[in-house]
Design a protein around this ligand. Structure first.
Ligand code: SPV
Ligand code: MG
Length: 313
């Protein structure tokens, strides 16, 4: 049984919808891990390595499309890409980064609805204004008014078809250098508006802001984080703070970036490929991950006339 099949038949419950699986993980004691992915290949690799849930990262999908993480890729383009992920790893819940919802309550709920229909488990909207900029670049990340953002959450919840589809509300208050009170007040308002989980983002080099938030957070809504800059603690350390899920948001894309850069440099310098063989994945491994042998077997099954095969024994 491969990792994808394991994920769909394990105690996540094979009868649950994608949303139900993610919801279950968020409410399971301890912190779950969502691996950041950007296409069908990165989704397959993450699942083969045992991740039970994925984060379809706006930064990474944009980067893989060759554009900036500032709403340069259209939302329909990104959700088409998400569809290639849900196809590649059926049964594994994918949480989609929906940025600001691309406009108002109406575009947000249309985004959420399309995400649900391409097989995603949930969406995450952040309380910045359109067009957003990646949280790690520059200053002056302007926040949307609380009531306006709550409208996006409420509209998305009202529009979902699967009652288990997950809507995550992300506050960028700490990214905008606003006080902790603002982050706590916004989180409470978003939970009240119906968010199934909260995402508290920080770009400090230590987890101090997250620890303080969790000490002061009195709600019961699960809290997600993406510890990109405060990268030393483990998922268990975060679970001890009460975190429900860690998003390893961009490590697969950054690993691919570094590997592609290095191999290009080497081939260009060497004027040949003799120096990179050890550095690149064997084609056999790629064929294995994609089950090329399964296709070969299917081919002999479906291209032979079954009556003739029976006569021939
Ligand atoms: C993303 O992965 O696109 C995110 C998380 O929004 S981060 O880039 O860490 O802000
Ligand atoms: Mg993003």
């Amino acid at each position: 049984m491969n990792a994808t099949e394991q994920a769909s038949s394990s105690d996540l419950g094979s009868t649950r919808s994608a949303g139900g699986r993610l919801r279950h993980l968020l409410h399971t004691p301890g912190a779950c891990q969502l691996m950041g992915v950007h296409d069908g290949l990165s989704a397959r690799i993450a699942v083969a390595e045992g991740f039970e849930a994925l984060w379809a990262s706006g930064l990474c999908m944009s980067t893989a499309r060759g554009v900036r993480d500032s709403d340069e890729a259209s939302w329909t383009e990104l959700l088409t890409l998400v569809g290639t992920m849900t196809d590649a790893v059926p049964g594994v819940p994918v949480l989609v980064d929906g940025d600001t919802g691309y406009g108002n309550f109406n575009t947000a709920r249309r985004f959420a609805g399309r995400a649900e229909r391409v097989g995603a488990a949930g969406v995450c909207f952040e309380d910045k204004v359109f067009p957003k900029m990646n949280s790690f670049f520059g200053d002056g990340h302007e926040l949307a008014p609380v009531a306006e953002f709550c409208g996006k959450i409420r509209a998305s919840k009202d529009a979902q078809r699967d009652p288990d589809f997950v809507v995550v509300a992300r506050t960028e208050a700490l990214i905008s250098n606003l006080p902790m009170e603002e982050a706590l007040d916004r989180a409470a308002a978003y939970a009240e508006a119906g968010a199934d989980a909260l995402f508290i983002h920080s770009r400090m080099s230590t987890p101090q802001q997250i620890a303080t938030f969790m000490e002061r957070w009195e709600g019961s809504t699960p809290v997600l984080i993406a510890p990109t800059t405060y990268h030393t603690p483990s998922v268990d350390d975060f679970a001890a703070l009460g975190i429900a899920g860690c998003i390893w948001a961009n490590h697969s894309m950054r690993a691919a970036f570094a590997a592609m850069r290095d191999v290009c440099q080497r081939i260009r310098t060497d004027r040949g490929i003799f120096g990179v063989e050890e550095q690149v994945a064997p084609l056999k491994e790629i064929f294995g991950l994609f089950d090329y042998e399964g296709l070969e077997k299917d081919e002999s099954c479906y291209t032979q006339d079954p009556d003739l095969a029976a006569v021939q024994g």
